[in-house]
Design a protein around this ligand. Structure first.
Ligand code: IPE
Ligand code: IPE
Ligand code: MG
Length: 264
């Protein structure tokens, strides 16, 4: 893993990076282990996990990241104990109440990714109102994946495509992308997972096809500015190829050539 040069390890100054991702998506994992480490109930970990949201959003904003997606509750997380599930719903409601004005004043547009109709009606209304309030904001888009599953998203897209009567020959990758929850977002360039696991856990299955993946052992409540710097530094040093040859190979096709090799 790339390490920060010592002179850049200060907190406040973002690094000067050659390349910054346009869209960063984060699997916010490790709240439960964070709590267990301290002898606290799991919900205390989830609450602590909301305390770092401001600094995380701010730091990515400082770097000029345009889209930030946060995975907060998966369709599979319903199989956790009822008290934890209900606690997570309450916590989301509280975070919206606490943060909405601040986000709005900072020009942040809120989006929701997932199935809204599975949520308690009050929470659902809150999410809808937050999206409505911030819909014209353009400084940054913050997408919250809550009751989100990558497979459920594809199922929902296929259902809507069929219901719209789209003829089979019109179905292509671009059309499918337009029917996903993420229709308004570019594909993620970087997917970060905190808590150390090396798996995707049903997150952005379609959109993450060519995302760079970065896993850090840091638990989500501890994920701080310097961890963001590390992740972005690692990203800036990756070589993205999208199935092509490296840039310095002589027959590397120019993007404007539509991916076809240059005639010899
Ligand atoms: C991530 O933290 C938050 C959710 C999945 C809701 P976890 O609750 O999965 O924390 P760990 O993985 O048990 O530490
Ligand atoms: C992924 O974390 C989902 C969220 C962070 C919301 P999980 O803790 O649910 O994933 P698994 O069970 O370890 O794969
Ligand atoms: Mg987990």
């Amino acid at each position: 893993m790339a390490t920060l040069p010592a002179e850049d390890a200060t907190r406040r100054a973002p690094l000067a990076l050659a390349r910054v991702p346009c869209h960063v998506a984060i699997i916010m994992d490790g709240n439960g282990r964070w709590a267990r480490q301290r002898g606290l109930p799991r919900l205390a970990g989830h609450r602590a996990g909301t305390e770092n949201l401001r600094r995380v959003i701010q730091r990515f904003g400082d770097y000029g990241v345009q889209y930030l997606t946060l995975f907060a509750f998966s369709t599979e997380n319903w199989s956790r104990p009822k008290t934890e599930v209900e606690g997570l719903m309450r916590i989301l409601g509280r975070v919206i109440r606490r943060e909405l004005q601040h986000l709005h004043e900072n020009g942040i547009r809120l989006l929701h990714l997932g199935r809204l109709d599975g949520l308690p009606p009050r929470l659902r209304r809150q999410v809808e109102e937050a999206m409505e309030l911030t819909r014209h904001n353009r400084r940054m888009t913050l997408a919250i994946a809550f009751n989100y599953g990558g497979r459920a998203e594809i199922v929902d897209a296929v259902r809507r495509i069929v219901a719209a009567g789209v003829p089979p020959e019109e179905v292509d990758e671009r059309l499918i992308a337009r029917f996903l929850y993420t229709a308004e977002l570019p594909d993620p360039d970087l997917i970060i997972r905190t808590g150390g696991e090396m798996r995707i856990s049903n997150f952005l299955l379609w959109q993450g096809a060519y995302a760079e993946f970065y896993s850090t052992p840091v638990y989500w409540p501890d994920f701080a500015e310097e961890d963001i710097d590390q992740a972005l530094l690692a990203y800036s040093q990756r070589q993205r190829r999208f199935g092509r040859l490296p840039q310095d190979e002589s027959d590397y096709p120019h993007p404007s050539e539509n991916g076809r090799p240059r005639p010899r």
